[in-house]
Design a binder for this molecule. Structure first.
Ligand SMILES: Cc1cc2nc3c(=O)[nH]c(=O)nc-3n(C[C@H](O)[C@H](O)[C@H](O)COP(=O)(O)O)c2cc1C
Length: 312
């Protein structure tokens, strides 16, 4: 068995398998299937300042290779997370990465400030989801602009306890993801999570109308895995010392291994849990077997391995 320990900046994890934000709520649903302490980390659904009901329904549509969602950050807000969910996750032995979101720079700062009120030791890292529309800037998504991305990350970083590492979660819907990654690291991100969903659309050929009430939605699942591998690859090549949490279309241990070989130090699984709630522990076991079968003594040896010999 390979040594699976890993870290995302100063957050040490016993293994690299995490849930993906929004796909396992606050962890309770998955705890019925396996102990959350078996995972490297649980990434919570993104929380905002106030409770939100999300976007109108229908907000899910299937595609042949993944699903489209426009949930719109439904949730009970950061205070409920701090008061109820984080103590519960801590008691369950989970290492928790708290995902935060905001519609304005000020909201990122305020949500981050409230996260500081969490019980000591209950927050392993904070993931800053910058894939939300910036209400101050004509609805442009923060993650699509280096300056806006940096401002959101900076606001969160400054408001948080310095001992808590900050991961910026990037969108693949940009021309140059390396430029956004550099801006986030320059603004104080200790690591990066890649990727969020890919903007897509489905048209219902019976109603002759968009299938989602929100018209467009985020595509996730197997269709986006090559996009995730490409993003992790490009950013690891440019910023080899910045830890990456890889996410996008992982269904098996070999899928996870691809992200690791591209440069990810840990891997989140999302959409797959909707049809296989045991996927996080299964993917971890399969990744472990795949590392053994390829002669790796440790996960660390495999991180970024596919870049070897290709350095320019
Ligand atoms: C139903 C659903 C809800 C999601 N909610 C969030 C969210 O709240 N915050 C976030 O950063 N990403 C969210 N995501 C994106 C996932 O965390 C992940 O980045 C994406 O789905 C790609 O991984 P996957 O193909 O393994 O699902 C959501 C995805 C889905 C399918």
């Amino acid at each position: 068995m390979a040594d699976l320990q890993t870290s995302l900046a100063s957050a040490w994890l016993p293994n690299p398998l995490a849930t993906a934000s929004g796909c396992a709520a606050m962890g309770r649903e998955l705890a019925r299937f396996f102990p959350l302490s078996d995972l490297g980390a649980v990434v919570t659904k993104s929380v905002m300042l106030a409770p939100r009901s999300g976007r109108p329904t229908p907000r899910m549509a299937e595609t042949p290779s993944g699903m489209l969602n426009s949930i719109g950050l439904q949730g009970s807000g950061v205070d409920a997370l701090v008061e109820h969910d984080l103590p519960w996750l801590q008691a369950a032995g989970a290492r928790t990465i708290v995902s935060i979101a905001g519609g304005s720079i000020e909201e990122y700062a305020l949500v981050a400030e409230r996260v500081n009120l969490a019980p000591p030791g209950s927050v392993a890292a904070v993931e800053v989801n910058i894939s939300c529309p910036n209400v101050e800037d004509r609805g442009l998504v923060f993650a699509c602009d280096p300056m806006a991305a940096a401002s959101a990350v900076h606001a969160a970083r400054r408001a948080l306890d310095p001992s808590v590492p900050v991961l910026a979660k990037l969108s693949p819907d940009v021309t140059d993801i390396v430029a956004i990654a550099r801006a986030c690291v320059g603004a104080g991100a200790d690591g990066l999570t890649m990727i969020n969903t890919v903007l897509g659309m489905v048209i219902d050929t019976d109603t002759l109308r968009p299938a989602l009430a929100g018209i467009t939605g985020g595509l996730s699942g197997p269709a986006i895995r090559p996009v995730a591998v490409r993003c992790v690859w490009q950013v690891h090549a440019a910023l080899p010392d910045v830890p990456i949490l890889g996410v996008g279309g992982v269904r098996t241990g070999l899928d996870a291994l691809q992200l690791v070989l591209a440069g990810a130090s840990a891997v989140s699984v999302g959409t797959v849990v909707f049809n296989d709630p045991t996927a996080p522990v299964r993917v971890l076991r399969e990744l472990d077997e795949a590392l053994d079968a390829r002669g790796f003594d440790s996960l660390a040896q495999a991180v970024g391995y596919a870049h070897r010999g290709l350095e320019v």
